[in-house]
Design a protein. Structure first.
Lengths: 345, 520
């Protein structure tokens, strides 16, 4: 009998353990390249006592620097951003974050309002794989899946990534169990300057109306914030591409008025912010570089601080240690990256 | 429900669990329900056709059987009154009635198969009409042949007709064998299908091992080879010469691994239910002639054609008469060969047609037939040369024979995957006339969707199959594995399982393909 039990345990446990380790090996690590895939899971390693939570796509994680907001105003913030983050993904990320902390303010970038369908499995994966298992993750998967995807491949990512066996690198072994952070509180730093030389042109669209589905999720975000006593701020980051249409802006303004929210169109305020698109962008106006991000963060931080009376935690010992470490890392990373950029030049 | 899908694996596990949980007398009923569910998953449309086949075959077989019993009873009852002539007359009359039942049933079922599978072939080749959009019910070629085999066996009196329609329905529709065979006989299958089966870890383990081996062949080898072959066959102008040779090799590997893998999965699943299915392969690529190859490849289909088509034609009265007549006119040599020649040509024509509704397959079948008949005719010549040179005693001659057979088989298989006969022949000739071997070796073969790692997996996979086949020649490999300690067996199959999980062609980025023989 004892022998039988050992055999059964071996049959169940050994293959499961092997598959688990193979899964760890095959999962993309997103450390040396495509860092965007690492961002969502990094949050769980953070201190989880943030007053500002920023949600959205690359227009937040490449345009806003939490360290600058800390250095300038003592604001504690975290960006839960991911590539092509869809509006329902933002909602479920908010739901997920609220399991760990309740910020005072949520800043939501509204560019995703114009996209009502998930376009790519790769982007889905970068947002969803990193989430910890919960109903929020499950619902987000269900809502996001493209036709070719299946829930089972999210439950067992091995089924999705086994094909990477032929492209494994040393990173896959090195970061199998532990990965370094690639962002500073969700901010993915970009240095270098690639100036915007051509102003974006408006290309007429067939339909400018945001979808009902997206409005539903925007409502859900607003209602959840209200329920938790969180102030919701809508923002359009000062990215010049993709083009932000007047009619899109109007719809957001109407929503702002209807629910008495704050909407910040940072494109309109780019002059006030001091953004110079010949020096503050690293990819021709699509995203800001670190200089641009710091300018925007100072501007945004001031608004949030003034309007929502956020506390200055710079002299609070509970926060100091964490933020000092983050600040140090941030400046070291900036210095290194700038050196690298200069070497390339 | 694809055999390679997780849904199918879950389905098998669920059915297995219930099978051993219900009282033993209901085990076969549960299997029948599972078959129904499995078939409905493929579309309710197909269900109608399989039900028609089941119903017509059941009724016909039962009618034949009743007729046989009636005549027996009659002879028994009036054994003192009936003269020999009376008996002969009644017997002939009864046989005629039985034949009528059988032929009507054959017409209906072969008619269904013919209409669904060959209407478009007929329309495209012999009319100006537009093709019709028929959906081929899952496994129609297999279940039609299995049911017709049963009917003929009942007619011949070698088996008794099953009286319970549900039990007969299970025989025809047993889900693991439904989609790609093997084509089983009632005599062998019924005893194991309806007997009571007690749960045993050993049985489950043995079945799982066979299933893993099958999936390894299918997902790691066959579907990988298919990627390269799909590129090669996509452009006949670009991919000729060395590419065509590479394609030929890839197809041989793909077809073998796909079909034998599929049968391993089928037999393994049945084994888990305690049901023994007929074997369908016996190391076909170790054959020394084409005739031997066809005794080792798709054994149950070849045996079906032999028993239900070849012998009935070659040993029929009219054939006998024809043979005698030809003997008189053209001599013994031709007259005695005629039955074999005509029967072989018919069988291989039908075999080709069974494999696909296209001239490619018909030509493929007839060429196989031609090779076999020619080699049969040349045998006396070989004997003479052998008597003089004694070349057959050389050990490597056998290797030469195996390689020669493999080359002929692979050459003929080109008709399977090129769209038309001229393309197949053109590509075959290009192997010998297009001098692009250097380029393909250096660059071309790495640009057909297969990386160096894929070739490594393919070569390793083929090597494993080869080693296993070599071992099988000397001993029953599964029996000798059984005698090994548990952990040795466990590690072997764990490695195979992990190889499937890691190197298998499934999931996003790979097209999960169905088994090639599912399409027949």
């Amino acid at each position: 009998m004892k022998k039988k039990i050992i055999r059964i345990l071996a049959i169940v446990l050994i293959p499961t353990a092997c598959l688990y380790f193979l899964q760890l090996l095959f999962m993309p690590k997103y450390v040396s390249d495509i860092n965007e895939g690492s961002m969502i899971e990094e949050y769980y390693k953070s201190s989880k006592n943030h007053e500002v939570l920023i949600l959205g796509d690359c227009e937040v994680y490449e345009n806003i620097s939490p360290v600058t907001m800390w250095e300038e105003y003592g604001i504690t913030s975290y960006i839960r951003g991911s590539s092509e983050q869809l509006i329902w993904q933002s909602y479920y990320l908010l739901e997920d974050t609220l399991k760990y902390e309740t910020p005072k303010v949520v800043v939501l970038n509204v560019l995703a309002m114009q996209q009502s369908e998930a376009k790519s499995e790769a982007y889905n994966r970068m947002t969803l794989d990193g989430m910890r298992w919960s109903f929020s993750k499950l619902n987000s998967i269900k809502e996001s899946m493209t036709e070719e995807e299946s829930i089972i491949s999210y439950v067992f990512p091995f089924l999705r990534y086994h094909s990477r066996w032929s492209e494994l690198t040393s990173d896959d072994i090195k970061y199998m169990f532990n990965k370094p952070n690639v962002t500073t509180n969700g901010y993915l730093m970009q240095v270098g300057v690639r100036p915007m030389t051509v102003a974006p042109q408006e290309v007429p669209l067939k339909n400018y109306q945001f979808s009902e589905r997206n409005y539903n999720y925007l409502d859900k975000i607003r209602q959840l914030c209200e329920e938790k006593g969180i102030k919701l701020v809508l923002m359009k980051a000062p990215s010049m591409y993709p083009y932000w249409y007047e009619r899109w802006d109007t719809q957001i303004k109407e929503y702002e008025d209807k629910y008495n929210l704050l909407y910040l169109n940072m494109i309109e305020q780019s002059e006030k912010i001091g953004i110079d698109y010949t020096t503050d962008t690293f990819d021709y106006g699509q995203h800001l570089n670190v200089d641009g991000a710091e300018k925007l963060s100072k501007y945004l931080g001031k608004i949030l601080k003034d309007k929502y009376d956020l506390a200055d935690y710079r002299n609070n010992q509970e926060y100091q240690k964490t933020w000092d470490t983050l600040t140090e890392q941030y400046h070291r990373e900036k210095e290194n990256k700038l050196k690298e950029w200069e070497n390339i030049q | 429900m694809l055999f390679t899908s997780l849904k199918f694996v879950a389905f098998v596990i669920a059915v297995l669990f219930l099978y051993y949980a219900v009282p033993k007398k209901f085990q076969w009923v549960l299997l029948l329900c599972a078959n129904l569910f499995f078939y409905i998953q493929a579309g309710i449309y197909g269900l109608v056709f399989i039900l028609v086949t089941i119903a017509t075959t059941y009724i016909s077989a039962l009618s034949i059987c009743k007729e046989q019993e009636n005549i027996k009873r009659l002879f028994e009852k009036y054994k003192d009154i009936l003269t020999k002539e009376d008996k002969k007359m009644y017997k002939a009359k009864s046989k005629r009635t039985q034949k009528l039942y059988m032929i009507l049933c054959l017409i209906v079922n072969i008619g269904i198969l013919a209409v669904l599978k060959y209407t478009n072939f007929f329309i495209l080749n012999f009319t100006n009409m537009k093709p019709v959009n028929f959906i081929l019910p899952m496994g129609i070629s297999f279940y039609t042949f299995q049911s017709m085999g049963y009917l003929i066996d009942v007619y011949r009196g070698t088996v008794k007709a099953e009286r319970n329609p549900a039990r007969f329905a299970l025989f025809i529709s047993f889900f693991p064998q439904l989609v790609q065979g093997p084509i089983n006989r009632w005599k062998e299958l019924s005893s194991t299908l309806f007997s009571y089966h007690t749960f045993s870890w050993k049985v489950i383990q043995s079945g799982v091992e066979r299933v893993i081996w099958g999936y390894f062949k299918k997902l790691v080898i066959a579907d990988r080879a298919m990627i390269g072959l799909a590129v090669i066959t996509s452009d006949n102008v670009k991919y000729s010469g060395a590419y065509a040779l590479l394609g030929m090799l890839l197809y041989a590997v793909e077809l073998y691994a796909d079909f034998t893998g599929g049968i391993d999965v089928t037999i393994g699943i049945a084994e888990m239910f305690g049901i023994k299915l007929a074997e369908n392969f016996k190391r076909p690529f170790f054959s020394k002639s084409i005739a031997e190859y066809w005794r080792r490849w798709h054994i149950t289909l070849c045996a079906w054609f032999k028993d239900y088509l070849f012998y009935p034609i070659s040993m029929s009265k009219w054939m006998n008469k024809l043979s005698k007549a030809v003997k008189k006119k053209c001599g013994n040599a031709i007259g005695s060969r005629l039955p074999v020649y005509i029967s072989s040509i018919v069988v291989w024509f039908v075999t080709g047609l069974w494999h696909g509704a296209s001239w490619n397959f018909i030509v493929w079948g007839l060429l196989n037939c031609a090779v076999m008949l020619i080699s049969q005719e040349l045998e006396p010549v070989y004997e003479k040369v052998e008597n003089r040179l004694h070349y057959r005693r050389f050990r490597y001659y056998k290797v030469f024979e195996i390689l020669r057979t493999t080359f002929i088989v692979c050459s003929l298989q080109m008709l399977d995957y090129y769209y038309n006969i001229s393309d197949a022949f053109r590509m075959y000739i290009s192997i010998f006339t297009t001098a692009n071997y250097g380029y393909v070796l250096k660059t071309g073969m790495w640009n057909i969707g297969l990386k160096v790692q894929d070739y490594a997996v393919l070569i390793l996979g083929v090597l494993i199959i080869f080693i296993v086949s070599m071992l099988q020649r000397k001993r029953q490999i599964r029996k000798s594995l059984d005698s090994r300690p548990f952990f040795v067996r466990f590690i072997i199959f764990l490695l195979l399982f992990l190889a499937i999980a890691s190197f298998g062609i499934y999931g996003i980025g790979y097209e999960s393909s169905q088994f090639i023989y599912n399409q027949f």
